[in-house]
Design a protein around this ligand. Structure first.
Ligand SMILES: C[S@@+](CC[C@H](N)C(=O)[O-])C[C@H]1O[C@@H](n2cnc3c(N)ncnc32)[C@H](O)[C@@H]1O
Length: 258
């Protein structure tokens, strides 16, 4: 059984994928900087609703291929001549090939307690000269908001939420060591990019904070968070006077030596 903390069958995942799409331009930029282009053979891991997989398919064109995998592919349609969708657990299942030009995963390994071993396998699944691009949230970055009242209402729920994630094996600080993980495995040309966006209460993207907490609510209540604190947290996310940084997205790329 996989250990992913969020229930993929929950319709609220649509909100999660829509919110994450705000980072697509940053992911596209990191992938473009890695050089992905016509004819490349790519593996998109934990593809979610497949937005990045479709972008890669356009980019590699008819002479290339993109294998988009996830433990649950219900959110992704659009198999075509370039894009292949397949159910695959990156922890449990054998890598589908060992000659990828590019392997990319965004916000997947952070969820996996076995993330170190998974990186080893991903490096071995690249051809010499192939590129690994991993992108993760720095969940330990403190919320940056001006109002102390807003901060108190946010932290009353957000900090227990982070505790819940940590207890389930999520690597809150994994993004911070990612570049060193690449260097330790001999990857070359290691490049790091970080992006944070300012979110305002009521904006579509800030609903990521809401859907995360909603999906963990029963655990938070059991951990002592009150219903009132949850209500205040949701109200804050709808309050246009509330602004907060998103989690910083850390994008790291590296090249397997020839
Ligand atoms: C937070 S979502 C990110 C989705 C997408 N990468 C994005 O950035 O929009 C994490 C995704 O990883 C998938 N996932 C979780 N554990 C996995 C595993 N062991 N192997 C493959 N995919 C996994 C989940 O099903 C989910 O679609």
């Amino acid at each position: 059984m996989n250990q992913y903390v969020f229930d993929n069958a929950d319709p609220r995942n649509r909100t999660r994928f829509d919110s994450l799409a705000v980072f697509d331009p940053d992911s596209h930029a990191a992938l473009a900087a890695a050089g992905v282009g016509p004819g490349w053979k790519c593996w998109e891991i934990g593809c979610g609703d497949g937005g990045i997989g479709r972008w890669l398919a356009d980019r590699v064109g008819p002479g290339g291929s993109v294998l988009a995998t996830d433990i649950d592919t219900r959110w992704l349609s659009g198999d075509g001549p370039v894009l292949t969708v397949r159910e695959h657990d990156v922890v449990r299942d054998e890598p589908p090939a060992t000659d990828f030009d590019l392997i990319h995963a965004r916000l997947v390994l952070i969820h996996l307690p076995q993330r170190h071993a998974v990186v080893d396998r991903l490096v071995s699944s690249l051809r010499p000269g192939g590129k690994l691009v991993l992108e993760e949230f720095d969940l330990e970055h403190p919320l940056t908001t001006r109002s102390t009242t807003h901060r108190a209402a946010f932290d009353a729920v957000h900090l227990p939420f982070l505790r819940f994630l940590r207890a389930r094996g999520v690597g809150l600080d994994w993004a911070r060591s990612l570049a060193e993980e690449f260097v330790d495995r001999g990857l070359r040309d290691v490049d790091v990019r970080t992006r944070t966006v300012l979110w305002r209460g009521g904006a579509d993207e800030i609903r990521l904070y809401r859907v995360n907490v909603e999906q963990a609510a029963e655990h938070l209540l059991a951990d002592g968070v009150s219903t009132r604190q949850l209500t205040d947290f949701y109200a804050l996310l709808d309050n246009p006077e509330f602004t907060a940084w998103s989690h910083p997205l850390v994008s790291v790329s590296g090249t397997r030596p020839v």
